[in-house]
Design a protein around this ligand. Structure first.
Ligand code: SF4
Length: 283
């Protein structure tokens, strides 16, 4: 078996930055992290061992005054900042700058009297936070939902940074079909596009694909779905010990990983695959 890595895979710049901010903060004093810093339990466990403990909002608000609270790369709603500061906590903001830009643009549009539509996964923390910065906004996950919206006045559309480009375009077309005043802010991050493009290239050279990343990581799930859509058998695994034995039947196995997957998880899977049968390569 030959193992071929996608040209771009794993941690995106925003996640790498957030993890580094949490590590640096924990190096000075124990801190809390609001929610899961990235959708990867290995990263959570490692940060906890360094003193950056993930916790829910209520638990954090009960922490001693002065405790540092890291806001993850997904960002948070404005009332979260108010509550943390009101409780005397020290906010350490690791919101990805690209997410912060989407929040600001959504807030500006809302202030200008436009109805903001956020295209994204309804349960995703980033999407909920962007929506919270734009009072009166609505989240839609597919074109069918967009078609059912009853909206008066001008509309501004903004994306969850990791949303599917195809679904975003379908939502935009559905909103534009009614002839309304539609402002298209976009907002999908190139990190997602880059990983998807690298996976497309990879699929031209392999017989099967392994995608490494947390099960609750939307962008990781989409990479596995993309590989299957391109006709490749694909497995989404969290760690090397989940590698299926069927992989031994494939001569060339491609390796990709979501934007929340740390380097050490990728290397562990790569090593286990190589140990199955042999060589490594690069796409
Ligand atoms: S995917 Fe892009 S926007 Fe989202 S955290 Fe990573 S770099 Fe930031």
């Amino acid at each position: 078996m030959t193992v071929i890595r996608a040209r771009i895979l794993g941690f995106c710049p925003g996640v790498r930055r957030a993890v580094r901010i949490a590590e640096d903060a924990a190096g000075r004093a124990p801190v809390r992290v609001l929610g899961q810093i990235v959708h990867n339990r290995h990263v959570s466990d490692r940060l906890a061992s360094l003193g950056a403990i993930e916790a829910g909002r209520d638990e954090i608000l009960a922490a001693p005054r002065g405790t540092g609270v890291v806001i993850r790369s997904h960002g948070a709603a404005p009332d979260v900042y108010d509550a943390m500061r009101g409780a005397g906590l020290s906010v350490i903001d690791a919101t990805c700058p690209k997410v912060a830009t989407n929040q600001k643009k959504a807030a500006d549009a809302s202030r200008a009297g436009r109805r903001v539509v956020v295209a994204g996964d309804k349960g995703h923390g980033e999407t909920q936070a962007v929506a919270a910065w734009a009072p009166g906004s609505v989240i839609v996950s597919c074109a069918a939902e967009a078609r059912e919206l009853i909206l008066d006045g001008p509309v501004t559309l903004v994306a969850q940074t990791t949303f599917s480009e195809g679904e975003y375009a379908a939502i935009r077309d559905a909103l534009a079909a009614s002839g309304r005043d539609l402002e298209d802010l976009g907002g999908i991050c190139s990190a997602t596009r880059d990983r998807q493009a690298a996976l497309r290239e990879l699929c031209d050279h392999v017989d099967a694909v392994v995608v490494v990343g947390g099960r609750n990581s939307a962008n990781t799930r989409r990479l596995a779905e993309l590989a299957r859509a391109l006709g490749k058998p694909a497995w989404h695994i969290e760690s090397a010990d989940e590698l299926p034995l069927e992989l031994a039947a494939y001569g060339r196995v491609g390796l990709s990983a979501g934007a929340s997957t740390p380097d050490e998880d990728i290397v562990a899977v790569e090593d286990r695959l190589a140990a199955m049968h042999g060589n490594r390569g690069g796409a």
